[in-house]
Design a protein around this ligand. Structure first.
Ligand code: GLU
Length: 308
């Protein structure tokens, strides 16, 4: 059996150098701001349970978190509803694209919290009497996960709210099923704003590490969510986090993760570390091409496969 490297001394810049020449994939063009992303961007960070943060070049470049926010919205919804979110959303993988216009048959619930239907609902379940209060609660919650105050890119939030036709369709479908109880437009606005939160690889790695450390942020020491919620969220990341590529991801990389259209991947290896990688060009399932290569390498070199 080969010996794993030590994450404290592992050379993230040479890993970055090795993957940065990979030219495959295409940058998402669903909104102009994402289409403008630098295809050469590649940043990697990892965070250990003692709060050590390690990063490569470009780990401080800001990008919109997009779907990498979904595990954290689910965590906040579970917290604020005292677990009722589990009854309102399924947790089975869909084998379909992230924005498929489809609800669980028989119940009308979203299939899981890692696809758009589910995230629209988790965002709507976070505490707050109106859109502004819910937005505020989400931003504070995400900042606690990241261990620093995060901000929203207002332009991206507005564009996604306006241009997110499939998200509007999903919200209306859930309204018609009675599963979404706020207005469809309010639900899309809150979700779009959560996707537009700006992070860098370092902040996103701290967020992943908070899940990996049983809900305690290892950098600030703050308990953000109870250990049971962290466990539940990481479990659903393992089965549904990479959309219709989740099975292959768990088999090959073996680390619970969430992908996103901005090219970010957040990883949570319980008890071991949190990590994040961002690089915009995506494969057919919406997973960052270089992000997958980095995750594969980290899994092998640091011995992180859950069943390894
Ligand atoms: N904001 C994007 C959307 O709702 C997120 C999708 C993703 O990152 O996979 O379409």
């Amino acid at each position: 059996m080969s010996r794993s490297s030590d994450p404290r001394t592992y050379d993230l810049d040479s890993l970055r150098d090795r993957v940065v020449s990979e030219a495959g994939g295409a940058v998402d063009d669903s909104i102009p701001q994402l289409a403008d992303a630098d295809p050469g961007l590649c940043g990697i960070a990892l965070v250990l349970p003692d709060g050590t943060v390690r990063s490569s070049a470009q780990a401080d470049v800001l990008f919109s978190v997009q779907s990498a926010v979904k595990p954290f919205l689910f965590a906040l919804a579970l917290l604020d509803t005292h677990g009722e979110a589990f009854d309102r959303i399924g947790i089975e993988p869909t084998g379909e694209a992230f924005d498929a216009i489809k609800l669980e048959s028989g119940t009308g619930r979203p299939p899981n919290p890692m696809v758009n239907a589910g995230a629209l609902l988790t965002a709507a379940l976070v505490d707050g009497d109106d859109v502004a209060a819910r937005n505020d609660r989400i931003l504070r919650g995400l900042s606690a996960f990241a261990g620093r105050p995060l901000e929203v890119d207002e332009g991206i939030a507005r564009t996604e709210h306006l241009l997110g036709d499939r998200n509007h369709a999903l919200a209306h479908l859930m309204r018609s099923e009675g599963t979404l109880r706020v207005s469809a437009d309010d639900a899309v606005e809150v979700y779009a704003r959560a996707c537009a939160v700006l992070v860098d690889a370092r902040a996103l790695a701290v967020m992943g590490a908070t899940l990996a450390c049983r809900g305690v942020n290892p950098v600030t020491g703050e308990r953000v969510v109870p250990a049971g919620i962290a466990r539940d969220v990481v479990s659903v990341m393992a089965t549904c986090g990479v959309y219709d590529g989740s099975g292959r991801w768990m088999q090959s990389v073996g680390i619970p993760a969430k992908s996103s259209v901005s090219g970010a991947i957040v990883l949570a290896a319980p008890g071991r570390l949190g990590a994040a990688v961002v690089s915009p060009p995506l494969d057919a399932q919406g997973t960052s091409v270089r992000g997958r290569l980095v995750s594969d390498r980290l899994s092998v070199d640091l011995g992180l496969h859950a069943f390894g």
